[in-house]
Every structure is written in structure tokens, then in C-alpha cells.
Design a protein around this ligand. Structure first.
Ligand SMILES: Cc1cc2nc3c(=O)[nH]c(=O)nc-3n(C[C@H](O)[C@H](O)[C@H](O)COP(=O)(O)OP(=O)(O)OC[C@H]3O[C@@H](n4cnc5c(N)ncnc54)[C@H](O)[C@@H]3O)c2cc1C
Length: 512
């Protein structure tokens, strides 16, 4: 029983159930970390993967190409990704207004006060406006712009899983295609005893990793974990997804546009734009959502409806079982956090196991950190809805008036009175907001500024906190020079696929 073990070395066999992104990432990462352990991935070819999860965050770059060591050109050839520099939000103020939320660190103060344009907050935001890639050509020499947190990918989820499956075959993991009928549990707190397959085979492991997606076969169903609902903060629970030909205009960012009963994502891959209208079923029927979607995207096809609930189970790691991916928690995809949280949890799990402490203590530490991160993520996503005033339909009124942001009221009060907090690291709210969470104060700040909250701040107090105008003008001039020489996105994708670019060298700082 792993309860009595104080070290990762005592876990010899790991069974991962699920063959979506969560299952494959878990198997490949755990095998890479513990090559001496027996790692088995079990998936059921009769239960399809969810097939969405195309927009990512920079965490995936490091994970794929450094941690797992996959060659960039091979990855490009097989999955045909596009580059993502951030999210363009058609949110906030009425009319044609939008703001760019780029990856990286920002100069929101200077962009707002000197340039009167939040979309100049860093080089990525400016590349987004120009529809360019972070590769530049100067005197026929191609090089890459150094971005402090790099960029991410848009990837077709099925191509990604196919790529990972190929890697699994070379990894030394055991692969089983079978359906798990049930798990035998003697004591819920200790976890799973054995798994029984559809053809009555018995499978037994020291550690079980539940990656069964929304069905949460082990953590939710078999271990009867309590569900913690996030619907008081997040009002969407349904999506109509589809795709359309992108007519060669491949954007280097995800777009999130306000619609009547929710919002629409546009995630560009090399050949098609993946689209999804995320809405609340309380506010409109599938037919209404579909006809609104059709008005915005006349050429959409391959539509299907996905329903989801938003929240998490009480703990991701219970007894000898850990749940990763949709089997543990789900928050709607406006900041593309699904794969990000899979990677975060896996790294955190391994870190907890490697501590030389009792496994019960590792479990407690891991669960506390992971739960807190998800709960703050809920608030981070909630502010996008609460402060979006582009429309005042019943859905948006409900979001503006009734979204629960209880635990971050102190931060929001601060922001309303004094503006962004990320330049005040000694403030206690700053420490609280950056302690246990993944998206820290600067991510909260740029979204509130973009949404138009407390815009008076930049007319008045912000001026006391600005970098010298000359210095800013220099930074801005260099950024403009880089944008002018940046290569259009489509051309850059072809270059990366063919040339031995090491896109991640010196680019990425991980948060974990
Ligand atoms: C509308 C929507 C949009 C999203 N957009 C994004 C996004 O842009 N970016 C992002 O990062 N994430 C996004 N996500 C989250 C995304 O779904 C996950 O990040 C990711 O794909 C992980 O899925 P999964 O592996 O947990 O589950 P799944 O892909 O559903 O895989 C479940 C696996 O479990 C197996 N399985 C289930 N039951 C059994 C059984 N009894 N026996 C054996 N095998 C079994 C199935 O065969 C399958 O292989 C989105 C989710 C939704 C709902």
C-alpha cells in the first residue's frame, strides 16, 4: 500500500487510464521521470477522446521540447501547429473595441499613458496587431525575437494525441486497448484495489492515474469524491464547436469574441479555423445558439455540441489514485487552461513525490496547492465575464451583476481605487495574489485594464509610476523596428518546419 511509503521509489507500477491529452502526457512524463518503473497506458478505442483543446499556453513548449525532448521540426511536420502570441479579446467596451492579452511581461502603464493604446504593452501584443510571427528577416538573415515567456501553439487535438501515441510506442510504456468496466474499492481512503476490464481481466497497480475525461471513472465514480461546483462564478456550460477554411489568413493568436449568450473562440490551425460558441444553456437553446453562430461564421461546418460542468472534485490525489485532466476539474476554455493545468499538476505531483516525506504529507501538500490554483483560476476566468460590458443581454447582465468573486474582493477593491497592483510587490494583496496561484497579478491586471475597469487611473495616478518617457520611446522604437521586419505568420510556419530552429532556446521561463 503506498500509504505507508515515504518515497517515490516504492511505487513500482503505474496504471494510467485514458488516452486523451491527459493520459498520454501523464504516461510519457512519468516514464521519462521514472524510466525504471513499469508504466501502462490503458485506453478504450470504443470511447472517443473529447477532441477539443487546441489553444495552449507557453508551458507546453517547454514540456514538449525540453522536458519530453521532442524535436521541433518533427513536431511541426506531424501536428502542423500555428503560433499563439496571446488572446485577442473582443470584450470590454461597446462597438469595435478589443484588447490584446499577450504572453509575457507587460508595460501597461506606459502603453496606456504615453501611447494611449493597451495593444502596445509588449512586443507580442504589437506582433498580434500586425498579424506577424516572432521570426524576423534582416538583410536576408532569419532570426527570432527573444520573448521573455515565449509563445504557445494552436494544435489540432486529434493530431496532437496521434503524435503522442507514436511517441508512446517508442517510450517503453506498456499499451493496452481495453475498456475498464469497474474499479474495486475496499476502502475509499486507501484507493483502488484492482481494475476489472470488459472481458473480466483483473489489472493491479501501485498507483492509478485517472485520465478518463469527464466520466472520471476512478476519482469521481469509484472513489465517490465530492464535487465542488464553480457555477456561481462561471455561467457557461455548453459549446457548439465546428470549423471553417481559414483562407490562408492564419492569425498568430486566439480570438475571443462576445456573443449574445456567451462568447466565440477562433483557434487558427494551418488549414482551418476551429470555432466554438460557449454559452449558458439557461440563457439560450442549442438552436438559438446555432443560428447566432451561423450569422457570425456563415461557412462553419462539422458542428457538434459539447456539454460540460465547471468545477473540481475535492482532491485530485486520493489514496493511491490521482486524477489529471478533465477527470479532476474543468473550467471553461476562455484562457485555454486545460493542457496548462495538466502539465502543472503532473510537475507538481512529481515534485511532491520526490520530497522525502511521508506520502500522506506529500498528498496533502499537493492537494492544497492544486486546489488553491484551480480556485484562483476560477476567479481569474470569472473577471473576464464580470467586467465585460460589450453587451447587456440577459446572459451578460447576469455575469455583470451576479458573478461570485468573493475571495478576490480585496484585490478588486484595490484595483477600483488604486489601479493595477503588479508594480507594488511589497503590498500584502500582491503577495496573497501571487502566492498560491498560477496566473498572478499581472495577468489579472492586464485583463481588468483591457476590459476598461477604472480607466480614470491612467488619466491621473498612473503618471507617478511611469518609466522615463525617453526610455519608453526607445523600447517602443525597437519594438516597432522588430515588427516591421517580422515575417508573416504563414511564411514563418513553413520556415520553422524546414530549418533547424531551436525555438525554445533562451525563450522560456517556466512557472513550475
Ligand atoms: C468546449 C471545450 C473547449 C476546450 N478548449 C480547450 C483549449 O482550447 N485548450 C485546452 O488546453 N483545453 C481545452 N479544453 C480542455 C480539454 O478537453 C483538455 O485539455 C484535454 O483535451 C484533456 O482531455 P482528457 O484527456 O482529460 O479527456 P479525453 O480527451 O476525454 O480522454 C478520455 C480518455 O479516457 C478513455 N476512457 C474513458 N473511460 C474509459 C474506460 N472506462 N476504460 C478505458 N478508457 C476510458 C477514453 O477512451 C479517452 O481516451 C476544452 C474543453 C472543452 C469541453
Amino acid at each position: 500500500m503506498i500509504d505507508k511509503i515515504s518515497s517515490e521509489n516504492k511505487i513500482q507500477t503505474i496504471g494510467i487510464i485514458g488516452g486523451g491529452s491527459a493520459g498520454y502526457f501523464s504516461a510519457l512524463f512519468l516514464k521519462k521521470t521514472y524510466p525504471e518503473k513499469e508504466v501502462t497506458l490503458i485506453e478504450s478505442s470504443s470511447i472517443p477522446i473529447i477532441g477539443v483543446g487546441e489553444a495552449t499556453t507557453p508551458l507546453i513548449m517547454n514540456f514538449l521540447h525540453k522536458t519530453l525532448g521532442y524535436n521541433i521540426q518533427d513536431f511541426f511536420k506531424k501536428t502542423k501547429p500555428t503560433l499563439k502570441l496571446g488572446v485577442k479579446f473582443e470584450f470590454g467596451k461597446t462597438g469595435n473595441y478589443h484588447y490584446n492579452n499577450p504572453f509575457g511581461t507587460y508595460n501597461i502603464y506606459e502603453a496606456m499613458c504615453y501611447n494611449k493604446n493597451i495593444n502596445d504593452s509588449n512586443i507580442s501584443a504589437m506582433l498580434m496587431s500586425a498579424n506577424k510571427s516572432p521570426l524576423i528577416r534582416i538583410k536576408n538573415k532569419i532570426t527570432q525575437i527573444k520573448l521573455d515567456k515565449g509563445f504557445a501553439y494552436h494544435i489540432d487535438n486529434e493530431l496532437l494525441v496521434k503524435f503522442l501515441k507514436e511517441k508512446l510506442a517508442q517510450s517503453g510504456c506498456i499499451y493496452l486497448d481495453t475498456t475498464i468496466k469497474k474499479a474495486i474499492v475496499v476502502d475509499e481512503n486507501k484507493g483502488i484495489e484492482t481494475l476489472i476490464t470488459n472481458n473480466d481481466c483483473i489489472l493491479k497497480y501501485d498507483l492509478y492515474v485517472d485520465c478518463t475525461g469527464f466520466s472520471s471513472l476512478l476519482l469521481g465514480k469509484s472513489l465517490d469524491s465530492k464535487w465542488i461546483d464553480y457555477s456561481s462564478s462561471l455561467k457557461t456550460n455548453r459549446a457548439i464547436i465546428g470549423s471553417r477554411n481559414n483562407e490562408n489568413n492564419i492569425k498568430p493568436y486566439t480570438t475571443a469574441s462576445t456573443l449574445n449568450h456567451g462568447w466565440l473562440w477562433n483557434t487558427p490551425t494551418q488549414t482551418v479555423d476551429h470555432l466554438g460558441y460557449v454559452f449558458g444553456e439557461e440563457f439560450c437553446s442549442d438552436d438559438e445558439a446555432f443560428s447566432e453562430l451561423k450569422k457570425h461564421c456563415t461557412s462553419i461546418n462539422n458542428e457538434k455540441v459539447i456539454s460540460f460542468k465547471t468545477g473540481r472534485y475535492e482532491n485530485s490525489w486520493k489514496g493511491n489514485t490521482i486524477a489529471i485532466g478533465n477527470s479532476f476539474s474543468f473550467i471553461e476554455p476562455i484562457e485555454s487552461t486545460g493542457i496548462h493545468m495538466i502539465i502543472f499538476q503532473l510537475k507538481r505531483f512529481v515534485k511532491s513525490l520526490s520530497n522525502n516525506i511521508e506520502i500522506a504529507d506529500s498528498r496533502l501538500k499537493y492537494n492544497t496547492k492544486v486546489n488553491k490554483s484551480w480556485d484562483y483560476l476560477k476567479y481569474f476566468i470569472a473577471i473576464h465575464f464580470k467586467y465585460n460590458h460589450k453587451l447587456s443581454t440577459p446572459f451578460w447582465k447576469e455575469c455583470q451583476e451576479n458573478i461570485d468573486v468573493d475571495e478576490i474582493e480585496d484585490y478588486l477593491d484595490y484595483f477600483m481605487q488604486k489601479g493595477p497592483i503588479h508594480r507594488h510587490p511589497s503590498h500584502p494583496i500582491y503577495s496573497k495574489m501571487n502566492k498560491d496561484i498560477i496566473f498572478g497579478t499581472s495577468a489579472f491586471d492586464i485583463n481588468l485594464v483591457g476590459l476598461g475597469v477604472n480607466s480614470e487611473f491612467f488619466e491621473n495616478e498612473a503618471k507617478n509610476n511611469l518609466m522615463e518617457k525617453k526610455k519608453w520611446e526607445n523600447i517602443y522604437k525597437i519594438n516597432q523596428f522588430l515588427v516591421n521586419h517580422a515575417i508573416p505568420h504563414k511564411e514563418a510556419l513553413a520556415i520553422i518546419e524546414e530549418e533547424p530552429f531551436n525555438l525554445i532556446e533562451n525563450w522560456f521561463e517556466t512557472t513550475e
